[in-house]
Design a protein around this ligand. Sequence first.
Ligand code: 3PG
Length: 306
Amino acid sequence: MTKVLIATEKPFAAAAIEGIKKINAEAGFETILLEKYTDPNDLVKAVADVDALIIRSDKATRQVIEAGKNLKIIVRAGAGFDNIDLAAATEKGIVAMNTPGQNSNAVAELTFGMLVFMARDNFKGGSGTELKGKKLGIHAYGNVGKNVARIAKGFSMEVYAFDPFVSKEIIEKDGVTVVNTVEELYSTCQYISLNIPATEKTKKSINFELLSKMPKGATVINTARKEVIDEEGLKKFFVERPDFKYVSDIAPDCNSELLQFGNRCYSTPKKQGAETSEANINAGLAAANQIVKFIKNGDRTCQVNK
Ligand code: 3PG
């Protein structure tokens, strides 16, 4: 019998688990659950005889992949797949997939929760600023970026985007102004929403030089990845620009040194952009369905290690 392991250090909502179990049962697959584990070795042990693995931000390291003797497919129930050792998966002939778009509305909504929080003195009672009429720059126009643009329009913000991988026409269709360089995005916009993946190219790319281009009253919202920020440059910029604010959903970005900047720096205690029952259900069920389609029909849609 095909065995599907759901390994989530940060568990899915109960309704998502029920849905995944149902999909598996209908396909004649067995579901195995490993939740809230703290020791990575638990995942190494649990993967030993399963055919398929569903994870969130859990790390599918080379060790995990090599321990999965029967493993045929890993699905990251979410967008970013930087937590999968793709080279190791490819070497072992294992298909790796993500579930694009399934949790993007949740992340985009949190972006605005954090934006308002920062613009309103961290809800501490001081006088804040409004978002209406302000310029928001979306750094990467993927599924999250697109949803951020949609919501920003509801706030009557002026929306700009930079993404060399998405055509101008697609972005402009959403009423968003395309800029041609990343520097232009940062020099134009008071607010920047980071929606770039963590890759060898993007790691530490948000540095002092780029931040320095931002206008007065600048705020950067990072719902992407900790790795894309050059933290040394960020700290330097905080010192140089007392008007600058940074809010992140990627704990522990705001480590003790950054916390000295008080209300200007905030990080959620645990990544929670995709932490809604809707996002869990969307991403979890998509992952389960993708596994069934792959095992039964060899369907490789959403494969990321081609
Ligand atoms: C993603 O890449 O999909 C998000 O970062 C969400 O990650 P999570 O499933 O671990 O909350």
